[in-house]
Design a protein around this ligand. Sequence first.
Ligand SMILES: Nc1ncnc2c1ncn2[C@@H]1O[C@H](COP(=O)(O)OP(=O)(O)OP(=O)(O)O)[C@@H](O)[C@H]1O
Ligand SMILES: Nc1nc2c(ncn2[C@@H]2O[C@H](COP(=O)(O)O)[C@@H](O)[C@H]2O)c(=O)[nH]1
Length: 205
Amino acid sequence: MKNDRGLLIVLSGPSGVGKGTVRKAFMQDESDIQYSISVTTRDPREGEVNGVDYFFKTKEEFERMIENNKLLEYAQYVGNYYGTPVDYVKETLEKGKDVLLEIEVQGAMQVRKHFPEGVFIFLMPPSLSELRKRITNRGTETEDLIDNRMHIAKEEIELMDEYDYVVENDQVELACERIHSIITAEHLRRDRVAVKYKKLLEVQK
Ligand SMILES: Nc1ncnc2c1ncn2[C@@H]1O[C@H](COP(=O)(O)OP(=O)(O)OP(=O)(O)O)[C@@H](O)[C@H]1O
Ligand SMILES: Nc1nc2c(ncn2[C@@H]2O[C@H](COP(=O)(O)O)[C@@H](O)[C@H]2O)c(=O)[nH]1
């Protein structure tokens, strides 16, 4: 007996650690996992496409989504809203497909409350100086915003114990392999629990 519902995978970690880079590399080889596109009020960066990288919304549109319970979780981060559309996640999991969220820490903790059975992975930088270097080299933030993101990063790293797994992103390929191993193991574990549960019910008949 297989577990029919898909697995909810939450990839979190400080800004600039490489969540997006690792997620894209990882998903190239994992065509069965669906990525949940977030909604945000921040301006698109050069090259970002609406409906691919994010659904870009105004503050009013985002607040309407909050009022209408359209978000599984949301957070304010460096002056903008970010959130996960709830319908897509629920419908995809019910179809038996795995869903991956790439979100910051406050949001991950909210998801934990609704989906304690999810797999929560914290992506860790090799060091804080390497983290700053990565955000700086990406070239998308001003010095002030980098300082803000680094300040939040230190608080976020303190919460890594709240996650099921901590994965270092020293090299993208290695981080992908580690995440792949985690997801494979979690699938096996859940299928085994499902078989055990079915057997238990049969004994009680
Ligand atoms: N293992 C790595 N080694 C060196 N550079 C990396 C590594 N992983 C990612 N990077 C680089 O670090 C920068 C930040 O990566 P990315 O945008 O994926 O981070 P992020 O965690 O998604 O950031 P944010 O949360 O701000 O969206 C990018 O320029 C990316 O190329
Ligand atoms: N709580 C949520 N956080 C999200 C979501 N989508 C992205 N994020 C995180 O926000 C920060 C900043 O992102 P950036 O694209 O402006 O660099 C980063 O940590 C993202 O992972 C979401 O739906 N909910």
